[in-house]
Design a protein around this ligand. Structure first.
Ligand code: SF4
Length: 229
C-alpha cells in the first residue's frame, strides 16, 4: 500500500470560473478568485493505492488479494488482468476547515467546484504515477456505485476499504454507513490495464450527465451488467 501525500495543485482559475458560471468581469469574480486562492493555500489532495493480484472466483466474482468482490462487470473487465490497483483519491480533509459558511449557498457551490478540481488533481496524479512506475500504457477505472446501480454495487465499498487497510485513514477518508465517502469529493475503485476509456461511463445509461467521459456501450453492458446468460 502506498500513499501519495504530496500531490501538486494544478488549478486553472479561468476554467474553474467557466465551470461555475462566473463571468470573469463580474462582481462575483473577485469572491471566486479569493476562494481559489484559499484552496491553493490549504488544499492537499491525496491518494492511496495497493497493487493487487486478481483471481477469478466465479462467473460474477473476483478476488483481489483474497478479498472477494461480486460484480459481473468487474469480473468481465478484469478477465485478462493479472494485477490491478485498488485506490482511493480525495480532495483532502483540509478543504473542510476552510469551507464557506453553511448558509452561503453560492459560495458553497463554488467551493464544491474547486474541491472537484482538487480531486481531479489527485486522480490524474495517481494515473500518471501508476503509468510511470508500472509501465502501464493505458488504464481504465471502475468504482463501486458508479454508473448503473447493478454494475458494481456501492455496498462493496466496504470490501474495497478493507483491501486498502489503513490506507483510507492515512489520507483522511472515512466510509459512512451509507457507503458514501467523507470528504464527499473522494473516489475509490480499481485501475486496470485497458485499451478503452472510463468503464463506468460505458456502462451507464444516464443521458444528461455533464461529466460523461465515454459513450454508453450497449454490447459491453449486455456482457457485463445485463441479465445473466
Ligand atoms: S455517465 Fe456520468 S453518472 Fe454515468 S458513470 Fe459516467 S460520470 Fe458517472
Amino acid at each position: 500500500m502506498e500513499a501519495l501525500l504530496d500531490i501538486p495543485l494544478d488549478l486553472d482559475e479561468a476554467a474553474l470560473m467557466a465551470a461555475a458560471h462566473v463571468p470573469p468581469d463580474s462582481e462575483d469574480a473577485q469572491d471566486f478568485r479569493q476562494l481559489v486562492a484559499t484552496a491553493r493555500q490549504v488544499g492537499r489532495p491525496k491518494a492511496v493505492y495497493r497493487e493487487c493480484r486478481v483471481e477469478v472466483a466465479g462467473p460474477e466474482t473476483v478476488r483481489l488479494e483474497g478479498v472477494p468482490f461480486t460484480s459481473r462487470a468487474l469480473r468481465v473487465q478484469l478477465e485478462a488482468a493479472e494485477r490491478v490497483f485498488a485506490f482511493i483519491a480525495t480532495c483532502g480533509r483540509e478543504m473542510e476547515t476552510a469551507a464557506p459558511p453553511a448558509g452561503d449557498f453560492l459560495a458553497g457551490f463554488w467551493w464544491d467546484t474547486i474541491q472537484a478540481a482538487l480531486l481531479g488533481c489527485a486522480g490524474r496524479y495517481l494515473a500518471e504515477h501508476l503509468s510511470g512506475r508500472y509501465g502501464l500504457a493505458h488504464t481504465a477505472t471502475l468504482s463501486p456505485g458508479a454508473g448503473d446501480a447493478a454494475v458494481w454495487p456501492i455496498r462493496q465499498q466496504r470490501e474495497l476499504f478493507r483491501l486498502l487497510g489503513e490506507g483510507s485513514a492515512r489520507i483522511g477518508v472515512a466510509l459512512a454507513d451509507s457507503f458514501l465517502m467523507l470528504p464527499r469529493k473522494s473516489v475509490s475503485g480499481v485501475h486496470f490495464p485497458s485499451g478503452a476509456d472510463c468503464a463506468a461511463c460505458r456502462l451507464c445509461h444516464r443521458v444528461d450527465c455533464p461529466s460523461r467521459r465515454a459513450p454508453f456501450d450497449p454490447a459491453l453492458w449486455e456482457a457485463s451488467a445485463g441479465p445473466a446468460g
